[in-house]
Design a protein around this ligand. Sequence first.
Ligand code: FAD
Length: 434
Amino acid sequence: MEIKTTVTVIGGGANGLFTTLDLALREIDVILVERGDIGSGTSGKFHGLLHSGARYAVNDPESAMECIQENKIISTIAPHAVKDTGGLFLGITKEDLEFSDPFMKSLEKVGIDHKVLDLKEVMQKEPYVNRNAKIAIWVPDKVVLGYDLLASVSITASLHKAKIMTYNEVVEFVKENNSIRGVKVIDRINNETNFIKSDIVINAAGPWAFKIVKMAGIEEIPILPTAGIMVVFDKRLNNSVLNRLRPPSDGDIIVPYSDSSILGTTATIVEDIDNFTISEEDINMLIDEGSYLIPYLKNLKPVRAYASVRPLMKTSESGREASRDFTIIDHEKDGVSGLISIIGGKFTTARLVGERVSDLVSNKLGNKSHSKTSKTRLISPLDIDLLSYAEKIGLPKVLIMNALGRKGSLDEERYNTSLYLLLSLISRAKKHEI
Ligand SMILES: Cc1cc2nc3c(=O)[nH]c(=O)nc-3n(C[C@H](O)[C@H](O)[C@H](O)COP(=O)(O)OP(=O)(O)OC[C@H]3O[C@@H](n4cnc5c(N)ncnc54)[C@H](O)[C@@H]3O)c2cc1C
């Protein structure tokens, strides 16, 4: 099958989805291709923190400024996917206390609200927090329900005529001399080959971005694939996001995510991004560090651990020191036109990435449109009339009826998950136009 569009986006993570939404809202024809399901890369395996930017205020102020701006925007456009828990930076050791002065000065400079809290009140609200904490500083950290946000971006984009094709893996570029003219994809469900012809291709493949540029004959991009591990406890131990008052390090954040607490994380540069392990040693090290924040962690057995890879910009040889900011590369500079790569960023700043990439694309296309994503309320899967939506996209109604049947049942909590799985079938639907 051959399909024509204006822009092809590779990768259904946070960056690719927000780019697709931004372009669709500008009425630019766009198709997103993802080799797995939406959020099957790093965006489905992150820590769940909608950063206030406080963590980066001292060492990475540019990224901190982007985080606080986006923290406010995401909370406004997708309130259903955000839990306003607040965050605490806890100073426990002498070194932590020495960090409080530069920390608060940097928060001031970047423009992040903060407040030193009364420790007695903190201990009442957070009974598991280390009683030896000497200072607690509140910042506007929040929790973001990752899959809810990604599903909402996908639905809103497809309602604005974007096509989202999951289980379609890019295996080659369509090239004319030194110009990229589209991609060859394999539909992994039907084992069919499709060609998507377009004027511009966006490489939003996250940590796999370097593999994509290689297909275009570009040897290197400045990316530092850095793995991080998270450990999950089957108990909500804290109400606010807890952070250690020190420069970013291992095991210094605990995120309250639904009924669980997620402790993270590490930052190890990996050679093979599809093949790395989580060792018992890593888990124990994280628990040792995390128990400075919540000593009770040592009495608990984690229920699971997971890991993923950050597609960091290579601004340093160390994963901890590399900036959390992002960069957009127009490969015309490498002698290949029609290809743009996104490197870096955070889940929190993906909307901004989409805006900046779409500005560049619009400029190249001679389109004078502006980004609308900061003011467009995202549609939650729970907000739409699923039956008529199914009909519009050619999805069998019986599938939606089955999912809806779980509402009000013993397994209502699983209802959302089944809905999301169902929505991933959108790409398998006969019609894409709505
Ligand atoms: C351990 C850890 C914890 C983190 N915690 C946070 C946090 O709490 N808050 C925060 O804001 N950020 C956090 N981040 C950062 C954030 O998760 C990432 O910056 C973000 O998810 C990256 O999104 P992305 O779209 O660039 O990449 P991805 O989500 O990885 O998306 C890339 C997609 O491309 C697809 N793909 C690859 N190759 C192909 C191909 N050939 N054809 C088609 N598709 C392809 C992949 O399947 C994947 O789905 C964390 C990162 C890590 C590693």
